[in-house]
Design a binder for this molecule. Sequence first.
Ligand SMILES: [Zn+2]
Length: 371
Amino acid sequence: MTHTEGYARAGVLSTPHGDVETPAFMPVGTQGAVKGVTHRDLESAGADILLSNTYHLYLRPGDDLIARRGGLHRFIGWSKPILTDSGGYQVFSLAERRTIAEEGARFRSHLDGSEHMLTPEKAADIQAQLGSDISMVFDECLALPADTNAVRTSMERTLRWACRARDRFLAIAAGRVPEVVVSNPGQAQFGIVQGGTHLDLREESARRTVEIGFEAYAIGGLSVGEPPATMYDIVEHTTPFLPADRPRYLMGVGTPEDILEAVARGVDMFDCVLPTRNARNGQLFTRRGRINIKNTQYSEDDGPVDPDCGCYTCRTFSRAYLRHLYAVNEINAATLNTLHNLHFYLDTLRGIRESLKFGRFETFRNEFLQH
Ligand SMILES: [Zn+2]
């Protein structure tokens, strides 16, 4: 860490594909691309790290095929860092199409109904073949609300799975799993803290995950419908049990406000589909709140989406034009809206990092939340 203010921190995450300044936001490139925009757009918006989804890449085009292409970076033409999730979240979202046992999760593909098995070992193997810079452990994503016993049972299983995932990761790194192609020898593995909304279980999960020993740690199972105040509370009571010298990643979060509040509680990394998914639905984030570009009120509005934004969309096009593109279902609508929303998120994170360097984070946070 290079600067701190309260619990908030600025730092640098080093990976085989370069450094990432934190706090950082990772755009979601589900299928090896961020929907609607090119990698060049991402780079010019200031994205330093991309998230990609193991579940989707495993099914199509397959991790074997990607390994034969030299790994995910080379296959998709992105030379900066990549984090892959474990595939767990997507598998658990399949509901009736999957069964969970101690061994792992058996599921049917959402594409063709074919049967597959994802285990802690298999998730580590796939991510080694993809060659991401950061690999995530396979964890159980329990649907909330759940009673205390169910949350504890699930947390215990996640810990057993974490041990197995770590063993496999170390065996792969030591060259003891010859059937796995190692596409990126410098890959790191992050553990995941679970425990639902129970502060005592969160603390126990954090302590025991740290005991297993990973390069860094994530907080999972949040932003699944609980009130923001609950999420902030859990984050605040979890980060103190995670090593101060390692990045902390809050998975799947969130709104710009959520990110700011989590940074204030000691989190360093984020990913979320909100900026990209909402852009495709016409919802744009601005420094004065969100706007729905499809609304009639913008049909003759010659101003930019956000007068304080320096992105290509805001520098070049009017709200009236963007509304027209959306209304006629033009592909450009998704592209230009996504460019703006990603720029807004990445710019907000840039602002957070700058404010931390100058000891002005608290001021930045208050000003941001006032709008
Ligand atoms: Zn903009």
